[in-house]
Design a protein around this ligand. Structure first.
Ligand code: NFE
Ligand code: MG
Length: 566
């Protein structure tokens, strides 16, 4: 048996440690550990609930908008405050653009290098790469000229010994399977994606006044004044600028991202058999199309054991099935426990650091469950729920990816193949294409609504005497995000954020059942324990964000752990 500790895992946000035991070339035990400790939930105690969004948004610098949106939803839920349609559309556009940005950056810049051998691309014939690419899509960036230029640029980096971000890859690893030509194509798209991701971020910046960390959120709506002719507010001119960027994103998603993910799936078809892990999936509906959050552009719900026929939808912002099912255990987390898994309205966050103990406490991440069971969350959970709900655009893009990958691999790929490491990448690309349609639709809905003369963006909240509580949820790029707040006499008395990466990076729970990362690692092949590329492939496929997952603080300022910034 070999024990491997990878600490820190890179190309993620935050500090994640993964330990695995490898027997006969396969993972036989796994531990996922959040290694940093910081604070937001406690900072909110005693504060005005109208300020919570601006503070919680600082939980993360990657999913910067999602905590703002979820926080205002939690307070609006407590007040049962409707949100004007224009505000829903603007929030929806920000959420969709943000998630598109996230998905593109994750595939190309955070995970592609687990599958793509940059150094091998130097051996490619750029003309052959272009010829291959032209059979796959009509993207202008696939020309001979473009491929030659990329190869020259790459040779330039290598020639001067300055590989930069490419310096420490597992180049030449036996698990790297792409031909030099395909590697060159992927490197070209890596560089092109750096350009394209900016459009998505600009949309967030124009609508939210700033990115990262939007400035336009408000309990009751958004603070964007709308006018059809003034230049200093959200005008038609600005909305037309956004439309151009939406179109450019669509070109890339359909002609490059969907194609690349299909090709990676085809060339690494063996990975359709690894990384399934927990096949109980949870996602929530999102992109509300009415003021009260009872109708949504995209469905969400729960699926047990990968069985789409048993899909249970979550239906509204007041859904009791969702609200009553969530609890968090700290039995294996560095907090005082002993009370069993607690519902977030009763959640506690009192630190108790013990060092890393395999069978006891070993992580700062809590362990959430839905009706007592761990759940995998994220684009795969969401795409499966949308497919189960019969959402047509999802089915169209999902079938397109399965068919393209199948024809490149020369074998039919069944839907069951998506319960895998590669499946999480494929689902993220499918969701990205679906989100692009949502972005277009909400842009049009906003224009139409303004055209009707409605420029309202805000309903003023009023806080009653006594205690109220509310939950807000959002289908964030990494999965279900929920904020739970208890408010008394207009001040916050408890606040808990149960975050996508908390679900997926969870340690063992109250029943000692392993979490989704841990389960997905079981039986993963490991060709060389010194170079555990395969472990990284599976962990990266979830798009970890530990800054989100561990977001608590210590009120007494006890020194619990010393962190050396290197
Ligand atoms: Ni910091 Fe985030 C949240 C997580 S969204 S990235 O919420 O996990 O994908
Ligand atoms: Mg929390």
């Amino acid at each position: 048996m070999t024990r491997i500790t990878i600490d820190p895992i890179t190309r993620i946000e935050g500090h994640l440690r993964i330990d695995v035991e490898v027997n006969n070339g396969k993972v036989s035990k796994a531990w996922s550990s959040g290694q940093m400790w910081r604070g937001v939930e406690q900072i909110l105690l005693g504060r005005d609930p109208r300020d919570a969004w601006a503070i919680t948004q600082r939980i993360c610098g990657v999913c910067t908008t999602v905590h703002a949106i979820t926080s205002v939803r939690a307070v609006e839920n407590a007040l049962q405050l409707p949100v004007p349609l224009n505000a829903q559309y603007i929030r929806n556009m920000i959420s969709a653009a943000h998630a598109i940005h996230d998905h593109i950056v994750h595939f190309y810049h955070l995970s592609a290098l687990d599958w793509v051998d940059v150094v091998s691309a130097l051996k490619a014939d750029p003309d052959k790469t272009a010829a291959l690419a032209e059979t796959l899509s009509s993207w202008p960036g696939n020309s001979k000229h473009a491929m030659r230029a990329v190869k020259e640029r790459l040779a330039g980096f290598v020639g001067t010994g300055q590989l930069g971000v490419f310096a420490n890859g597992y180049w030449g690893h036996p698990a790297m399977k792409l031909t030099p030509e395909v590697n060159l194509l992927a490197v070209a798209h890596y560089l092109q994606a750096l350009e394209v991701q900016r459009y998505a971020n600009k949309i967030v910046g124009i609508l939210g006044s700033k990115s990262p960390h939007v400035q336009n959120m408000a309990v009751g709506g958004v603070s964007n004044p709308i006018s059809t002719d003034s230049q200093s507010v959200l005008s038609i001119e600005r909305l037309m600028m956004i439309k151009q960027m939406i179109d450019q994103l669509g070109d890339f998603i359909r002609n490059v991202y969907l194609v690349d993910v299909s090709a990676i799936g085809a060339f690494y078809a063996d990975w359709l058999g690894h990384g399934a892990g927990i096949t109980d999936y949870l996602s929530v509906p999102d992109f509300p199309t009415d003021e009260k959050g009872t109708m949504f552009d995209l469905p969400g719900g729960q699926i047990t054991k990968g069985d789409l026929a048993g899909y249970k939808p979550i239906k509204s912002f007041n859904d009791a099935y969702f609200r009553d099912g969530v609890a968090e255990s700290v039995k294996h987390s560095w907090y005082q426990g002993g009370k069993g898994a607690l519902h977030p309205y009763k959640g506690e966050t009192v630190p108790q650091y013990t060092d890393f103990k395999d069978n006891e406490k070993y992580s700062w991440v809590k362990s959430p469950t839905f009706y007592g069971k761990p759940q995998q969350v994220g684009p795969l959970a969401n795409v499966l729920a949308m497919a189960a709900a019969g959402h047509q655009p999802t089915l169209t893009y999902l079938n397109l990816v399965l068919d393209t990958a199948g024809s490149l691999a020369g074998t039919k790929i069944p839907l069951a193949g998506v319960h895998s490491t590669i499946g999480r990448h494929a689902a993220r690309a499918v969701r990205c294409a679906v989100l692009h349609e949502v972005l277009q639709k909400n842009w049009m809905a906003l224009i139409d609504n303004i055209g009707k003369g409605d420029v309202k963006t805000f309903n003023k909240p009023t806080f009653p005497k006594g205690e109220i509580q509310g939950v807000g949820f959002h289908e964030a790029p990494r999965g279900v995000l929920s904020h739970w707040c208890v408010i008394n006499d207009g001040k916050i008395t408890n606040y808990q954020a149960v975050v996508p990466t908390t679900w997926n990076a969870a340690p063992r729970n109250e029943d000692d059942a392993i979490g989704p990362y841990e389960a997905a690692l079981m039986d993963n092949p490991v060709a060389d324990p010194e170079l555990p590329l395969e472990v990284l492939r599976t962990v990266h496929s979830f798009d970890p964000c530990l800054a989100c997952a561990v977001h608590v603080t210590d009120l007494e300022h006890d020194s619990v752990v010393q962190v050396k910034a290197l």
